[in-house]
Design a protein around this ligand. Structure first.
Ligand code: FAD
Length: 379
């Protein structure tokens, strides 16, 4: 990847260098093996954690990296370039830490954050349910307050890291219907009553585990309520604003990987006595791919810079997620086209990138939902 980056500090430039080194040296050599085996590389995620890459944008005071969001996103892009499932792991972990870091009391932050941000623990974010996807405010998992804490009953679906996470950020209904009835609870793994169902068999991102989790009268102490009762939807959406920028950065990384691969191939492959890149039909396709990536990267970082400046950025995050993930779908599909038949077989990674890009148009609010959010925000 030859990307000219403008980074805010020398420290950030050094950090990106380290990320590139780790991604190329510790991630890239293993991706094919773990994807084919549908195996979650917990030890590799731990390596990312030990290098501080699971919590780059969280406060140093509690064990985070204290980096601006624009730096974190560029690091995430570098990781996604080499292994999207690992970037997804980082992104989901960041979602799972958001509630405690942003809305936790001083005591909760002091108790929980060093573990969450220290690199050893891995988080999961449990919002979706079988009957509540895009309409998350209709979720029905219920937490009832009793003398000994909250008792949670219900089913969460599509939980990334199900069965592997050390803590689960669970959104539940503690009040009446709608968004105002929701609350956020942190549930440690292994709490009695939690049942991880069979892993989903997915189109792609095979090394990342996704499964439903059943909650059968799962008890958590009242001190594990983050924010107040009724603040759950606010926390869930705040996390998604950040997460959508993460998804956009992943989309840029995947698209860049596919384009770099397609360019190399097009320079080597000869037909009609010429390199195929010299045919305008192929060269212009690659030019469009490179241009779309640059636009998506710029949009994503512009939104991140708003966030770093403490300005409203939700709408810009939705635009970045929408544009970058639609771009990644188009670019990875075109990369397959550039390789011809070779693009359609697993000997080359472009078919994997195309399968991975599809997920990005669905998660953290489908692209229809992003369009809805953006259209509702138009003046
Ligand atoms: C691999 C994977 C990992 C995931 N990881 C997590 C996770 O870790 N945690 C988590 O909480 N969730 C996770 N999700 C869930 C994901 O966020 C949801 O799939 C997504 O929000 C869409 O919900 P749904 O699948 O129920 O689709 P639905 O909401 O049923 O939508 C179906 C279709 O209808 C469209 N639609 C719905 N409402 C509208 C509307 N108002 N206007 C226009 N179109 C609309 C949608 O865009 C979509 O095309 C994951 C999903 C996958 C596939």
């Amino acid at each position: 990847m030859k990307v000219q980056r403008i980074l805010p500090t020398e420290e950030a430039a050094d950090l990106l260098g380290l990320v590139r080194e780790i991604a190329a040296g510790e991630l890239a050599p293993h991706v094919a093996q773990f994807e084919a085996a549908h195996e979650f590389p917990r030890e590799i995620v731990r390596t990312l954690g030990q290098a501080g890459l699971l919590s780059l944008a969280y406060p140093e005071e509690y064990g985070g990296g204290g980096q601006p969001y624009e730096v974190y996103l560029q690091a995430l892009e570098e990781i996604a370039y080499h292994w999207f499932a690992m970037a997804e792991a980082v992104n989901v972990h960041n979602l799972a830490c958001f509630g405690t870091a942003t809305y936790g009391t001083k005591a909760q932050r002091a108790e929980l954050l060093p573990g969450m941000l220290g690199g050893e623990l891995l988080g999961a974010y449990c919002l979706s349910e079988p009957e509540a996807g895009s309409d998350a405010a209709s979720l029905t998992t219920r937490a009832v307050r009793q003398d000994d804490g909250y008792h949670i009953t219900g089913t969460k679906s599509w939980v990334t890291h199900a069965g592997y996470a050390d803590f689960y950020n669970v959104f539940t209904r503690t009040g009446g219907p709608g968004a105002r009835g929701l609350s956020c609870l942190v549930v440690p793994s292994g709490t009695p009553g939690m049942v991880v169902h069979e892993r989903e068999r997915k189109l792609g991102v095979w090394s990342s585990p996704t499964a439903q989790i059943g909650f059968d009268d799962v008890r958590v102490p009242a001190e594990r309520l983050i924010g107040r009762e009724g603040k759950g939807f606010l926390i869930a959406m705040g996390a998604l604003d950040c997460g959508r920028l993460g998804i956009a950065a992943c989309a840029v990384g995947i698209a860049q990987a596919a384009t770099d691969y397609a360019v190399r191939y097009a320079k080597e492959r000869h037909q009609f006595g010429q390199r195929i890149i010299s045919f305008q039909g192929v060269g212009f396709m690659l030019a469009d791919m490179a241009t779309q990536i640059a636009a998506a990267r710029a949009l994503t970082l512009a939104a991140a810079r708003l966030k770093d400046a403490g300005l409203p950025y939700s709408l810009e995050a939705a635009k970045a997620k929408l544009f970058a993930t639609d771009m990644a779908m188009k670019v990875t599909t075109d990369a397959v086209q550039v390789l011809g038949g070779a693009g359609y077989v697993a000997d080359h990674p472009v078919e994997r990138w195309m399968r991975e890009a599809k997920l990005l148009q669905i998660v953290e609010g489908t692209n229809q939902i992003q369009r809805m959010v953006i259209s509702q925000g138009l003046d």
